[in-house]
Design a protein around this ligand. Structure first.
Ligand code: TXA
Ligand code: MG
Length: 339
């Protein structure tokens, strides 16, 4: 991840041509890779739902170049949207607004709203300009699986499919964008990301409803954001969140049971002996977030009986880092939800 490998410059003209004919192009963003298709072409959008095996009620994010394109897919562009877009776009913030009628119903999962964001990645922005159309871009993984943070993750999921993958290297942020609903009386965070409550409230100058942990299982009628299902971001191996003081006991229990575990830890002092495995994590909030999904995938690949994830901090020196840890904890809570 440290060295920038030589990557061919993606052929954006070919990618745009594919999008124009209803095809699917996976593209890098600063958060995770997206599975792109023309947001104004309902058949292309359907293709994305099918590729991901995504429930049709779970709406897709529409990626735009900026406020001007966002205004073409929304029927209202309130001051709050303008303020947030000016402050944070291009960047990892998604705004939920009333949907313009030109946006096909399947994009919105049949609902009256649409989620929009301008991604902060040169390849994503260049693709949007070249295609000259808004693009749906759900995370480029099968529904319920861990989001992809490099091109190989995407290729692994869709190698058998007709998906063009644009390689932009590893994602800087590594966890999905903050989603804020601007259609409720008080703006409300639906999904935490690295842009936290304090920064949003400061820019808006009005209260913002925090994201609350709510468990939604797939049977619940209408979660506030349909994507917020309990088992999102889940590795295949059962995973457990533990405190560092509990680690020794867990490792001994595993030995007694004759099973192998993988430990994911950000503590430099932690040592793990054979046959167990250790995946070391950075101790800082943003590097931790950007390494998280790759760590979960590598842990899965080690084919252990369980994954023990050492609980990261919940507080940091700055509001920014505290918000990132909060967003990380939200992913860890889902990754370790009992199933
Ligand atoms: O960082 C990201 O947002 C990435 C990159 C590729 O842009 N995309 C992403 O998309 O995470 P996806 O589809 O995996 O997650 C979109 C989330 C889901 O939780 C979905 O339910 C929610 O946003 N969402 C989409 N449209 C919505 C709407 N109209 N109202 C409420 N929630 C919505
Ligand atoms: Mg997703």
């Amino acid at each position: 991840m440290d060295e920038a490998p030589e990557r061919p410059t993606p052929d954006l003209a070919a990618a745009a041509k594919r999008l124009a004919s209803g095809g699917v192009v996976a593209f890098p963003t600063e958060t995770v890779y997206g599975l792109g298709a023309d947001a104004l072409n309902p058949e292309a959008v359907d293709r994305v739902f099918r590729l991901k095996a995504r429930p049709s009620r779970n709406p897709l994010i529409v990626h735009v170049t900026g406020p001007a394109m966002a205004a073409t897919v929304t029927s209202e562009w309130p001051t709050a949207a303008e303020r947030l877009a000016r402050a944070f776009w291009p960047g990892p913030l998604t705004l939920v607004l009333p949907k313009h009628e030109r946006v096909p119903g399947n994009v919105a999962g049949g609902g009256p709203t649409v989620a929009v964001r301008a991604p902060d990645h040169p390849i994503a922005l260049a693709l949007l300009f070249e295609a000259a159309t808004p693009l749906v871009g759900p995370s480029a993984n099968l529904s319920g699986a861990v989001s992809p943070t490099c091109a190989d993750h995407v290729r692994a999921a869709f190698s058998a499919e007709d998906v063009l993958v644009l390689d932009g290297g590893p994602c800087r942020v590594g966890i999905e964008s903050t989603v804020i609903d601007l259609t409720s009386p008080t703006p409300r965070i639906l999904r935490p990301g690295i842009i936290g409550h304090a920064r949003l409230a400061a820019v808006l100058g009005t209260p913002v409803e925090q994201h609350h942990h709510r468990d939604h299982d797939d049977s619940s009628a209408a979660p506030p954001s349909p994507g917020l299902l309990k088992h999102h971001y889940a590795p295949k191996t059962p995973a457990l969140l533990i405190d560092v003081e509990e680690l020794e006991d867990h490792l001994e229990d595993a030995l007694d049971d004759g099973v192998r575990v993988v430990v994911i830890s950000h503590h430099l002092a932690v040592q793990v002996d054979d046959p167990h495995e250790l995946i070391r994590m950075p101790g800082f909030a943003l590097p931790y977030a950007s390494a998280l999904y790759d760590a979960l995938r590598r842990a899965d690949d080690l084919a252990a009986v369980r994954i023990l994830i050492e609980r990261p901090p919940t507080q940091a020196e700055t509001d920014e880092d505290t918000a990132i840890w909060h967003a990380v904890h939200e992913r860890l809570r889902r990754a370790t939800a009992p199933r």
